[in-house]
Design a protein around this ligand. Structure first.
Ligand SMILES: Nc1ncnc2c1ncn2[C@@H]1O[C@H](COP(=O)(O)OP(=O)(O)OP(=O)(O)O)[C@@H](O)[C@H]1O
Length: 242
């Protein structure tokens, strides 16, 4: 059974002030197995983030299914499950990293990572230890650990965002351009963590502008333009009638 299967996915948006409904994407189908990494590529506005946000249920699809093989609930359609179930999955199974940091105000960088672990039932002592390990790995200066991240640079916010999501070792991790404002050294750190998560069984869906970054990391690449899925070097047609 696949870990994630998207079948006939489509999403429309209503622009209220124009009184218009416009299709953003249609007919997206792909699937991935446990511990696989799929990269989604396509031009700006082709709907890559919309797919990720719909898997995380920030958006609800208008057509199609988003089947996820949950540890807790078995096979579920993420667009159909209850809000309570979705909250559970976000807490324990599905992580989301974007270029933007959206966190509790007046909470220090260290506490945010600790909280992510406490939320999962980790004990305080271990959570502190793991948080420091993660902040060190992503080279966040210890001087920043007890500061509020609202004054952090773009790259620092991003590294904190990645630390908060990856420290939970989610079963499914959604990465929406998480390396966008990072320097080469920090990108290598992200790559290392992705490789480690993959080895430990995490399934990943990622969007990266930097195609080089994805090389050798992705097991599959889904191309929004051609609606094709590339597996290693071999192309297989999936939902090709776009
Ligand atoms: N909340 C929204 N309301 C209205 N339109 C939206 C909304 N979210 C996305 N769209 C539209 O849907 C289309 C796909 O957007 P999306 O952000 O998924 O593209 P993308 O491929 O991730 O782009 P980029 O590479 O520039 O980030 C765009 O035309 C966008 O304007």
């Amino acid at each position: 059974m696949s870990m994630l299967e998207i079948a006939g996915f489509g999403k429309r948006f209503t622009i209220h002030h124009l009184n218009k409904t416009m299709p953003a994407i249609e007919n997206i189908s792909f699937s991935l197995e446990a511990s696989e990494f799929i990269g989604i590529v396509g031009k700006s506005g082709s709907g890559k983030s919309t797919i990720l946000k719909s898997i995380y249920r920030t958006y609800l699809p208008d057509t199609g299914r988003i089947l996820y093989n949950s540890e807790e609930f078995g096979l579920v359609d993420l667009s159909q499950i209850s809000e309570r179930q979705m909250l559970y999955l976000r807490k324990y199974e599905i992580g989301y990293v974007s270029q933007f940091l959206n966190v509790m105000p007046r909470t220090t960088c260290r506490q945010l990572v600790v909280n992510a672990l406490l939320e999962m039932g980790e004990n305080e002592e271990l959570a502190e230890l793991e948080a420091e390990k993660a902040l060190t790995h992503f080279e966040l200066d210890p001087k920043l650990w007890d500061s509020y991240p609202n004054t952090f640079s773009g790259g620092e916010k991003l590294r904190l965002n990645i630390a908060m999501a990856t420290v939970k070792k989610p079963r499914l991790l959604l990465l929406d351009e998480p390396t966008a404002s990072l320097d080469q050294q920090s990108k290598i750190k992200v790559r290392e963590i992705i490789e480690k998560l993959k080895r430990n069984g995490t399934t990943l869906v990622g969007i990266f502008h930097d195609i080089e970054f994805m090389e050798g990391l992705c097991d599959k690449v889904y191309d929004m333009q051609s609606r094709t899925l590339t597996v290693a070097e071999e192309k297989v047609g999936v939902g090709a009638e776009s």
